[in-house]
Design a protein around this ligand. Structure first.
Ligand SMILES: C[S@@+](CC[C@H](N)C(=O)[O-])C[C@H]1O[C@@H](n2cnc3c(N)ncnc32)[C@H](O)[C@@H]1O
Length: 340
């Protein structure tokens, strides 16, 4: 292969000039001996070009250069010439990474390419497993159908968020890594000494984040036995035994039987939380705070839901935010509301 042999003391200067004129073959590595540097060239330099470049000292030689073993760096690199770049961007936006599992959406027209996309996602993310979303989040326990695409077909993993370690089986329980910031926001509002009800706890991401940071007592309730199973494991994993009381059951039944009065109640079941507002408000102390979530295109609808259920008690909206997008125009709305 054609290269340029230059004395070490001129190497930097000449390399910069060659780079400027795009004459270096970047697929190969520059090599060095004691006194010389050897630069791979894309082509033999013509006499005229050599004159123009005006190198202080050099020799054009024929020699071997070692190739860079350049790995593809992006999903685009992996899928180049196979899938259009706008589709790749769409797929990438759908990525959820939970521990060592990637969950992604494959557009319908790319169904035949799904295993290729799965393999590319596996290589690109360096995770263990790739699943494809085959349905929306659905049913009482809020899970979705997942189809195995690549890696090891193992749906249990440990996810870390803001220092909390969460063991999850993505096929059996609800979990969204996209709520990490929301959990941090709620944790920051909690005061030591509070009694809290986490009405729809899942594997306990809110309860665990709060208990790791504050001295509290949390009643963490869920109707899904697998969620409570993982919550119990997560309490041990995070060494917070004694702060969370896991309860399996329908929250309405649980609150009827257990006479808990809370300073704070978390209601992260945005699809149907409004059906549980009356039970929640009965269990909230005067001046207690409700973290209420609802899917809506604006703030008015969820605020109205809380207002109606709280009557005759008064409400004060402390904060309102769009937690994440649910579908075009519909938001996962979060409200922090004090009930006096
Ligand atoms: C959207 S997930 C939220 C889980 C968790 N808070 C989180 O952020 O990951 C809602 C949870 O509510 C539970 N759930 C649904 N209906 C329930 C009910 N009537 N009583 C108790 N839990 C219920 C589901 O099993 C599910 O785990």
């Amino acid at each position: 292969m054609i290269g340029l042999k230059i004395p070490k003391n001129h190497a930097d200067e000449i390399r910069r000039i060659l780079l400027k004129y795009s004459l270096i073959n970047l697929k190969f590595k520059i090599k060095r001996s004691k006194d010389f540097v050897y630069i791979p060239l894309i082509k033999k330099l013509e006499a005229e070009k050599i004159k123009e470049l005006n190198f202080p000292s050099f020799e054009i030689i024929e020699t071997e250069f070692e190739a860079h073993n350049k790995q593809p760096k992006s999903l685009k690199d992996y899928l180049k010439n196979k899938i259009s770049s706008d589709k790749i961007i769409e797929i990438k936006k759908s990525f959820d990474i939970i521990g060592d599992i990637v969950i992604l959406e494959v557009p319908e027209e790319l169904e035949n390419e799904k295993y290729l996309i799965g393999k590319a996602a596996l290589n690109f993310t360096k995770r263990r497993t790739v699943y494809k979303k085959n349905s929306n989040i659905q049913g009482v326990i809020r899970t979705r159908e997942l189809e195995y695409l690549a890696g090891e077909d193992k749906s249990e993993t440990i996810h870390t968020e803001y220092g909390s370690r969460l063991m999850i089986d993505v096929r059996k329980v609800y979990f969204s890594p996209r709520l990490a910031t929301e959990r941090e926001k709620i944790t920051n509002q909690v005061n030591n000494g509070e009694t809290i009800i986490d009405m729809f706890t899942g594997v306990g991401p809110f309860s665990i984040a709060i208990s790791r940071n504050k001295k509290v007592e949390i009643y963490a309730i869920d109707i899904n036995p697998d969620a409570i199973h993982y919550l119990e494991k997560n309490i041990i994993l995070n060494k917070i035994q004694g702060k969370i009381i896991p309860i399996l059951g329908d929250v309405k039944d649980v609150l009827k039987v257990k006479n808990i009065m809370a300073d704070r109640i978390i209601m992260n079941l945005p699809e149907t939380a409004y059906l549980f507002l009356e039970s929640a408000i009965k269990s909230l102390k005067e001046g207690g705070v409700l973290h209420y979530y609802e899917f809506s295109h604006d703030y008015d609808k969820p605020i109205q839901s809380v207002l109606t259920a709280s009557s005759p008690r008064k409400i004060k909206v402390l904060n309102k935010r769009k937690v994440k997008s649910r579908s075009p125009g519909i938001w996962h709305i979060g409200l922090d509301i004090m009930i006096t």
